[in-house]
Design a protein around this ligand. Structure first.
Ligand code: NDP
Length: 293
């Protein structure tokens, strides 16, 4: 094949890929959507609330700090939200998920989107055996998610709604300093991946979108990683929009920013390269005699 023919093939391939990856997201489709966002007092959850508000959605926001939630509600109403209710709750408490979903249904009269986003604070450091912290974190980051989802499921089934689950690249590729956090995100992948199959088997039209994020510039993330690693952080506002677009498009998985998808795709193909990159990022070398991947 000559150079010209190869060139045309390449252009056609790029065109097909661009068509397949085109962004079909239309925010106006979310007008009047009934949405429950957890962890909405700051960070990515706050930005998710603002994007839904711009589209004219009806929102219930939850997190622990009522004052911070009130500020977010004011901004949501300015941006165009039809209605914003607040349900302050601590997801470490086993009764919180049922109460939050119950109040959300009472306020909205149903539910179209359940956005599971909150996380408990966890140190970005070497594991020192604090099992109690891990137990608490699993309650906040994992058990409360499945409790919220199972309580909301009948309502989402009625509306053919969507569950959006915020996960992390460390929920696909383990990295140092994130032992318990990473475990909680892996657990979400397993649970919601299995549930997605079961919903399909039962003919229940509720989509589950797992959002796999790289480093995002929220205050809590930036504070955690400083002094430890230096990798580019991407804007929370853009991450939040990508999350909503994926949820509205009923995608199974979404990756943000651009490098996360190839990193996850090649994770098991090139384990040595993967570990070499992690070692470079975290600035350490394997000890002598350590088993090679
Ligand atoms: P933040 O730490 O900025 O926000 C966490 C939210 O959860 C806050 O609204 C906080 O509000 C709430 N929260 C904390 N503890 C509890 C609790 N016990 N009960 C109820 N709510 C609680 O997180 P990010 O915005 O950075 O992250 C959002 C999501 O994105 C998470 O699922 C995270 O794993 C994921 N992600 C983030 C990345 C990043 O680099 N930022 C990278 C990869 C994934 P309050 O204190 O008022 O309770």
């Amino acid at each position: 094949m000559g150079y010209a023919a190869k060139g045309w093939c390449l252009i056609a391939l790029v065109g097909i890929l661009a068509y397949l990856c085109r962004d079909n997201f239309e925010p106006t489709n979310l007008a009047n959507a009934r949405v429950l966002v957890t962890g909405a007092s700051t960070g990515i959850g706050e930005e998710i609330a603002y994007h839904f508000s711009r589209a004219g959605a009806e929102l219930v926001l939850t997190a622990r700090r009522e004052n911070a939630l009130q500020e977010v509600r004011t901004r949501c109403l300015e941006l165009g939200a039809k209605k914003v209710s607040l349900v302050p709750a601590d997801m470490a408490s086993p009764e919180a998920p049922e109460r939050v979903v119950g109040q959300a249904i009472a306020a909205l009269g149903g539910l179209d989107y359940l956005v599971l986003n909150h996380i408990g604070s966890s140190p970005f450091q070497i594991w020192e055996g604090d099992v109690n912290h891990t137990r608490w974190l699993m309650q906040v980051n994992f058990l409360s998610y499945i409790h919220l989802a199972s309580t909301a499921l009948p309502h989402l089934a009625e509306s053919n709604g969507s569950i959006i689950v915020l996960s992390s690249v460390t929920g696909k590729i383990p990295t140092p300093y994130t032992t318990s956090y990473s475990a909680s995100k892996f657990a979400l992948d397993g649970f919601f991946g299995s549930l997605r199959h079961e919903l399909a088997m039962r003919g229940i039209h509720v989509s589950i979108t797992l959002c796999i994020l790289g480093l995002i510039d929220t205050q809590s993330a930036m504070e955690k990683i400083k002094d430890k690693i230096s990798v580019p952080a991407y804007p929370a506002r853009d991450a939040a929009l990508a999350v909503i677009a994926a949820g509205a498009g009923r995608l199974r998985e979404m990756y943000y920013p651009w490098y996360v998808r190839p990193a996850c795709f090649f994770r098991d193909w090139f384990p040595q390269t993967r570990d070499w990159m992690i070692q470079r990022t975290y600035n350490y070398s394997p000890q002598e005699g350590e088993e090679k991947a």
